[in-house]
Design a protein around this ligand. Structure first.
Ligand code: WQD
Length: 329
């Protein structure tokens, strides 16, 4: 299949492009370098032996997007491009709503105009709000606490309504849990902008000596050791989930969780990192971070049933590959 990948040079996008090429799909990437670098394109080529077509395009710009659709007939679109920092979204709500919603609407419009049958959207477990885990796709979505999460829930609704009005348009809403790790080659991985907000990039920067210690946000949650529990998933497993979603026969619209179904606490992540990499991670317990929930993990049965996909890699693989990438940066 020939697949358009928006945000294909970003963290999850680049790993998905590698897996698409490994599965013999033809990839056309668009990216505006908001949170990515051109060097990633050459790294994808080093890993796969193939250089995908690339266009510097901002998905909020309908005209430049149209040019790409005039050049190619696509069999599918995977839409990753978007702003993703929760805290920043609270300070810049208009930027987040504009960028994340307009890009989704532009791509959906062009998909329909050009009769592209399949659209895969990067959603997030954040749409479940502070509900009770395991999160199941049939659950009613609770209120989100930040504009970033709201853009994901609104994009899901926009795409669902668009499917209702267009019977030949099929959409998979992939709800990611907590993607971490990096490609085992050490060539591609997560490069945060400024101080990392997320746990794993912060841990790897402490390991490297860029930061003195990790601040653990609360140890009084109702969890195994009091620290927050999340469903961490290796980014390579997550990328393979996209290939499975593309190749599966999905009719209409389906929301599907991509997680492992297992929860791991912050202290367990620290221990796993120290054990796998033989590096000590100094940490200090501080107050809870506003908006955090105690526990989040996936019900993975729908992904197994509809996509015949499940995550294979362990927490040790994730912390080893995350460090292997960071130390080579
Ligand atoms: C994980 C755990 C923290 C940093 C967020 C977004 C979500 C998605 C992924 C994506 C929590 C604790 C963290 C630190 C810590 N967005 N922690 N010290 O919050 O589950 O999900 O990122 O693009 O929408 O909400 O992930 O990695 O920030 O936190 O103790 O320095 O680690 O409290 O328990 P989160 P996270």
């Amino acid at each position: 299949m020939r697949i358009l990948v928006s945000g294909g040079l970003g963290f999850i996008g680049s790993h998905t492009v590698v897996e698409l090429i490994n599965h013999h799909h033809e990839v056309v990437i668009i990216d505006n370098f908001y949170n990515s670098q051109l060097s990633t394109l050459y790294k994808i080529e080093r890993i796969t032996g193939k250089k995908p077509a690339f266009y510097e395009v901002d998905a909020t710009n309908l005209e430049t997007l149209e040019n790409v659709f005039q050049r190619y007939d696509f069999d599918g679109i995977i839409h990753f491009a978007g702003y993703k920092a929760v805290g920043e979204s609270v300070k810049k709500p208009l930027d987040y709503y504009f960028n994340n919603l307009v890009s989704t609407m532009n791509l959906a419009r062009l998909a329909i105009e050009n009769k592209v049958p399949k659209f895969i959207f990067s959603s997030s477990a954040t749409v479940y709000g502070d509900g009770v885990s395991p999160f199941n796709e049939t659950m009613e979505l609770l209120e989100r606490t930040n504009p970033y999460g709201e853009t994901k829930a609104m994009s899901e609704r926009i795409l669902t309504d668009t499917v209702k009005a267009n019977p030949n348009f099929n959409v998979v809403l992939l709800r990611y849990f907590n993607p971490i790790g990096a490609h085992p080659s050490g060539l591609i991985g997560e490069v945060p902008n400024g101080t990392p907000n997320n746990l794993m990039p912060y841990v790897t920067q402490v390991a490297k000596g860029i930061r003195e210690k990790l601040f653990v946000f609360g140890n009084d949650y109702d969890t195994i050791d009091g620290t927050g529990v999340r469903d961490y998933i290796h980014v390579v497993d997550l990328a393979k989930g996209h290939v499975a979603a593309l190749e599966a026969k999905i009719v209409g619209v389906e929301a599907i969780n991509l997680g492992t179904g297992k929860g791991t606490s912050v202290l367990e992540i620290i221990q796993a990192f120290e054990h796998a990499n033989n590096i000590r991670i100094p940490y200090e317990i501080v107050d809870r971070r506003p908006g955090d929930i105690a526990t989040s993990f996936a019900d993975t049965t729908k992904a197994k049933r509809l996509l015949n996909w499940e995550a294979k890699l362990s927490i040790l693989d994730m912390v080893r590959d995350a460090w292997n990438f960071e130390k080579n940066l």
